[in-house]
Design a protein around this ligand. Structure first.
Ligand code: MEV
Length: 441
């Protein structure tokens, strides 16, 4: 990537942004020429095959976050979001973190979990033992039910058994739950794992003499934990009257606040998911699966807590760490059929499924840094004033041509709200009417 062409990106016009992405070698000439002449659309004929009762497309803006250096490589990250300040905040954090060496990630394994649940096992401990004695057979049968993933180098890898104690509140007996861990390679894995779970169901039922309630993939991706870390020198954190050391310590406290208070943790994690979900959606992956898994992981101690941890190292640098359960795919679902998702893969440089998860977790950590940095210093409203004013102007009906004039007057207001925006839009319209030349016949 020739990142020198991406400098001051946010100041460029739309046409200049497209050209800069081409010059920086983020998109090909063909894609640039296409985007220059028209925007990418999901054709109704394709969408009609994606879902039932299709009516029309629901559009949300797609933009890019810049300045992301992850494991030594530069990335431009596509993000789909309706929230005005999210991409600006992501790029801001990317810049700070790239000055301090960028993000580093670890992703020890990526296995997708499938479950078979049993309610009526007479002796769970004995049944568990039987299952553990037959793990080889179970794995072989699972693989036989989906040979194509095996021929590509993936397949079932492990069997685990969990015994859940009876629970009076929910009137459940002791449950036996068998897990199958599957390497789905580049696929999200839902179809592969669901096929395998159904493929082994009868055999496992016979082994333990009980009927399975269901066989299904779990979106709680505990066998695919990906971690991003960043280490930031305080000099890059200084803001106005706040020294870098002061900001560093305040960010550590902000992390501690979110670790112990679920009310704060939800908002803290929502900020992380602003980044993660926007990239997950852009990559054609299942945002609901990722969010449900992330929030379950945030509750793993029994209390809902912050997903990220901010500490200080011996050198006095701020260290951020975020771990998420992520089994994103780069194949399957709507990924191949959705033209805008295809554009996003081009912008990302066609990452592998593991790399995609590493980018998502890094973006989540960056997004979190940006939010905390603003919150402990000037607050989030001030920095996002222009973006808020833009969206407020649009929301009261200003046309794209009227937006700049409305925004420049709105920024002089003490309070940015709908009333002020409506009043200003009227002024702008009256002024432009008064200035229009009067033609006499
Ligand atoms: C807004 O979308 C996200 C934040 O509220 C996150 C946070 O409070 O950490 C700014």
């Amino acid at each position: 990537m020739k990142k020198e062409f991406l400098q001051q990106f946010y100041k460029k016009s739309h046409a200049e942004k497209l050209h800069a992405l081409y010059e920086a070698e983020v998109i090909s000439q063909k894609t640039y020429e296409y985007l220059e002449s028209r925007s990418i659309h999901l054709e109704p004929s394709v969408a009609d095959h994606m879902i039932e009762n299709y009516l029309t497309n629901f559009e949300i803006p797609l933009g890019v976050a810049l300045n992301y250096v992850i494991n030594g490589q530069e990335y431009v990250l596509p993000m789909v979001t309706e929230e005005p300040s999210v991409i600006a905040a992501a790029s801001h954090a990317g810049k700070i973190i790239s000055q301090s060496g960028g993000f580093h990630t670890t992703f020890p394994k990526r296995l997708v979990v499938g479950q078979l649940a049993f309610f009526d096992v007479k002796d769970s401990a004995a049944a568990s033992q039987v299952l553990m004695q037959h793990t080889e057979e179970i794995i072989q049968l699972a693989n036989a039910s989906h040979p194509s993933i095996v021929s590509r180098g993936g397949g079932a890898r492990e069997v685990k058994v969990r015994i859940l104690p009876a629970d009076k509140t929910f009137a459940t007996p002791e449950l036996l739950v068998m897990h199958l861990h599957v390497d789905t390679l580049e696929a999200m894995g839902a179809n592969i794992v669901n096929t395998m779970m159904e493929g082994i169901k009868i055999y496992v039922q016979q082994l333990i003499g009980a009927e399975a309630l269901m066989g299904i993939l779990s979106n709680y991706a505990t066998e695919a934990l990906v971690t991003a870390t960043c280490t930031i020198s305080p000099e890059y954190l200084a803001r106005g009257q706040y020294s870098g050391e002061w900001v560093r310590d305040a960010i550590v406290k902000a992390g501690q606040f979110a670790a112990v208070d679920p009310y704060r943790a939800v908002t803290h994690n929502k900020g992380i998911m602003n980044g993660v979900t926007a990239l997950v959606l852009a990559s054609g992956n299942d945002t609901r699966a990722v969010e449900a898994g992330a929030h379950a992981y945030a509750s793993r101690s029994g209390q809902y807590r912050a997903l990220s941890v901010w500490t200080t190292n011996d050198a006095g640098q701020l260290v951020g760490q975020l771990t998420l359960p992520l089994t994103l795919g780069t194949l399957g679902g709507t990924i191949n059929s959705h033209p805008t998702v295809q554009l996003c893969y081009e912008i990302l440089g066609h990452p592998t499924a593991k790399q995609l998860a590493e980018l998502a977790v890094s973006l989540g950590l960056g997004q979190n840094l940006s939010a905390l940095l603003a919150l402990v210093t000037e607050g989030i409203q001030k920095g996002h004033m222009s973006l808020q004013a833009n969206s407020l102007a649009l929301s009261v009906g200003a046309s794209p041509e009227e937006v700049p004039a409305v925004v420049s007057l709105l920024k002089k207001e003490a309070h940015l709200d709908t009333e002020a925006a409506k009043r200003i839009l009227n002024i702008v319209r009256q002024t432009s009417q008064a200035q229009r030349p009067h033609h006499t016949l």
